[in-house]
Design a protein around this ligand. Sequence first.
Ligand code: FAD
Length: 385
Amino acid sequence: MAKRIIIAGGNIAGTIVANRLAQKLDEELNKGEVEIVVLNKSEEHVYLPGQLLMAFGLETPGELVRKERSLLDRRIKFLHGDAGTMTKIDVENRQVITADGKPHKYDYLVISTGVEYTWEEVPGYKEASLTPYEFDSALKMREALENFQGGTVVINVAKLPHRCPVAPIETTLMLDDYLRKRGLREKTRIVYTYPVEGVFARPITNKMMKGIFEQRGIEVHSPFNVTSVNPNEKIIESQEGEKIKFDMLIAVPPNQGAKVIGDSGIGDRRRWVPTDKLTLRMKNHSDVYVIGDATDLPVSKAGSTADFESYVVANNLANDIKGNLGVKHYGGDVLCYIATGTDQATYIRFSYTMNESPPPPSYIHWWGKVMYNKMYWTVTAKANI
Ligand SMILES: Cc1cc2nc3c(=O)[nH]c(=O)nc-3n(C[C@H](O)[C@H](O)[C@H](O)COP(=O)(O)OP(=O)(O)OC[C@H]3O[C@@H](n4cnc5c(N)ncnc54)[C@H](O)[C@@H]3O)c2cc1C
């Protein structure tokens, strides 16, 4: 009987790890000794990092979406729609149930279900805001910015942790630059609100970015923990007792693990899956790995994190099957480009043991960010590196 590996969730982490596994288990796949199945809600694969650029008119919607099937090694089985939507992940009985009622038995499971936004945690929030975090809203944001003629823009981060921790900083600095180029900066008050003291949770980056915010005349209100938004009066309120009136609200919604993680009883209070920080195995389940935004690890929820983790998960899982590859450890590696305008950027590279050392913003790093995005479809997603 072929050993079956189920990848629970497609898109970024699931696709990269599935392709990397296919490379590691090339012979076994060809001989029919191993089967890899990717389960995903949607047939489409969306490159989420591009949504931020799209919101500023720097990417088109068509550049951000591909068919998931077209990105996977042809030997990998792909199920979507009811056949791919998981309603239960049953780690005790080594099976996943899909919305068509079918049980899928597995020998090994990789959980890559990402995050879900729980807008309902803040009354009025969704109705009142635009966000680069959702595809349709990013398109609306582009239109709203094109029509914007000045006023108060509030950028609010509802809760930590959230996907792409640097994206709110990028949104703010890109907005500042975008408005300067359109001659609207003098007519606009930009207010950045963040749930903990400062503008970012890592001290070195926080210090650098706080300096840039100050130079650019961006107001910082922190800690600011949003409790509600009045969409009619356009007022955002915080637990700290502040009320800010806005003309445009750009939101980073609360993030939790996927609903299926909660429904299956395998996550913590916010549905993050308990994960060994080195081997990336689910705690207490040696036949289950966790990758990408779904983990409870103290690292950034970023596509680059998923990419770094994919080497470890693919190696360790292939080693479980072949027994001759040794065990690799994940070092907590993360790489994030940070746009500081619409044509300049810096980057941070850090790990469990190494702090970041961001270089001064420049066009070269902006170019690096753009190239990283462009290479996603042919290099990163296909695990060609
Ligand atoms: C605006 C924005 C900018 C970003 N910028 C960057 C950047 O510059 N650099 C960077 O590295 N990262 C960036 N990121 C973060 C990056 O996109 C995520 O960290 C990455 O997508 C995580 O991959 P993932 O596979 O874990 O989650 P996802 O890509 O969200 O994939 C999870 C998949 O699981 C599926 N799924 C969930 N539940 C079920 C179910 N019950 N049944 C079937 N399928 C299910 C989902 O539908 C989805 O397809 C950005 C994100 C955003 C939103």
